[in-house]
Design a protein around this ligand. Structure first.
Ligand SMILES: Cc1ncc(COP(=O)(O)O)c(C=O)c1O
Length: 362
């Protein structure tokens, strides 16, 4: 039996009737942009995250750009971002006019520490993007204690919990993605920004609608970036399931450990006090691609997502790290391998993965 790397459909299946009914209702209402479902989802999602406000936007990439713009980031500014992340974490910076400054990560947790951020701070640093990578929870309070606002990139961390609350409520402002394969996935692109700062929330609402507050006067060059009613209606059905799905992702990680996977490969380490709803269960090994091929022969999907760190991507050539090297990034890029995980993964599937890994490394 094949074990897929991720499975966004099985857990949705029991909700199919309710989702279809919600979509029929949207069609009957005839209001497709910024209607009642977006408004309701925004307050339900803010309550879930524990933030004062949530604002729906078109996707998780624009959510970062708009959050940075709301903070006043612009030309002449620097924004710190880990080089080991999905490319969009850094791609979202240049559209503001600011430049990305790459920092290292801890290869044990896959997130940047406050010390690693501090190492690349300059008087031009206007914000830091703290990525809650793979569902782990970045030390946002420690980073903000350095005196710069944090944009939390929560794209991979829906349902995770940190010692001070959920990602999305830990820093000045946060971005979320509802891309279909995410822990909280829509049936198309979607995103949100959360913040407990009323002024920032107001600026985000203005920026997402062409830089206009009243739809008559255009105060700033903004964005056409909205979550649509169809996606919001779907997300309203799905959101109440997220705590259960997140719990399953967390216990799946524990089961991998209990079955002895840690004797074979290096397991991801939750940051202090965190319960990650692992979006990807990423282990480390000296020969990850070889292991991946052997797992594939046993019907088990696995993948190295970020072999080439962002600062080595051609589009980022102009913005090189100010530090000599990013050793944690290099190590993670070389050694990481994502193994199957989802809200519907079974203990039997986890056992199959561990058994196949043991056989491959024997
Ligand atoms: C860490 C991270 N940041 C940002 C994004 C961008 O989200 P989106 O695909 O919704 O634009 C993603 C996912 O694609 C991501 O994994």
């Amino acid at each position: 039996m094949t074990v897929p790397l991720f499975d966004p459909t099985t857990s949705i299946e029991p909700l199919r009737d309710r989702i279809e009914a919600a979509l029929r209702q949207v069609i009957a209402n005839g209001q497709f942009i910024l209607g009642p479902n977006v408004e309701a989802f925004e307050s339900e999602f803010a309550a879930f995250v524990g933030a004062g406000d949530a604002i729906g936007v078109a996707n998780g990439t624009e959510a970062i750009t708009i959050a940075l713009r709301a903070l006043g980031v612009g030309p002449g500014d620097e924004v710190i971002v880990p080089s080991f992340s999905y490319y969009a974490s850094a791609e979202a910076i240049p559209p503001t006019g600011a430049v990305p400054v790459f920092c290292d990560i801890d290869p044990a947790t896959y997130v940047a520490t406050a010390e690693q951020v501090k190492a690349v701070m300059t008087p031009r640093t206007k914000a830091v993007i703290a990525v809650h990578l793979f569902g782990n929870v970045a030390p946002v309070a420690e980073i903000e204690a350095l005196g710069v606002p944090v944009v939390e990139d929560c794209a991979q961390a829906a349902g995770s919990v940190g010692p001070e609350g959920r990602p999305g409520a830990l820093g000045a402002i946060a971005s979320h993605s509802f891309y279909p394969s995410k822990n909280l996935g829509a049936f198309g692109d979607g995103g949100a920004i959360t913040t407990s700062d009323k002024d920032l929330a107001e600026r985000v609402r203005m920026l997402r609608f062409h830089g206009s507050r009243d739809r008559v006067t255009y105060d700033e060059v903004g964005f056409n970036s909205r979550l649509d009613e169809m996606q919001a209606a779907i997300l309203r059905v799905i959101l109440p399931q997220l705590p259960d799905w997140a719990a399953r992702r967390a216990t799946a990680g524990e089961t991998y450990a209990e079955l002895g996977l840690g004797d074979l490969v290096t397991l991801p380490e939750p940051t202090a006090g965190a319960t990650p709803a692992w979006h990807l269960y990423v282990v480390a090994s000296d020969s990850p691609d070889q292991l991946s091929e052997q797992l594939s022969a046993s019907g088990i999907e696995s993948r190295g997502y970020y072999r080439r760190p962002i600062h080595l991507q051609p589009a980022m050539a102009a913005w090189q790290p100010a530090v000599d090297s990013l050793p944690g990034t290099d190590e993670a890029a070389r050694r990481h391998l994502a193994l199957p995980i989802s809200a519907s993964i079974t203990d039997q599937q986890i056992e199959q993965v561990v058994t196949a890994t043991r056989a491959a490394l024997a």
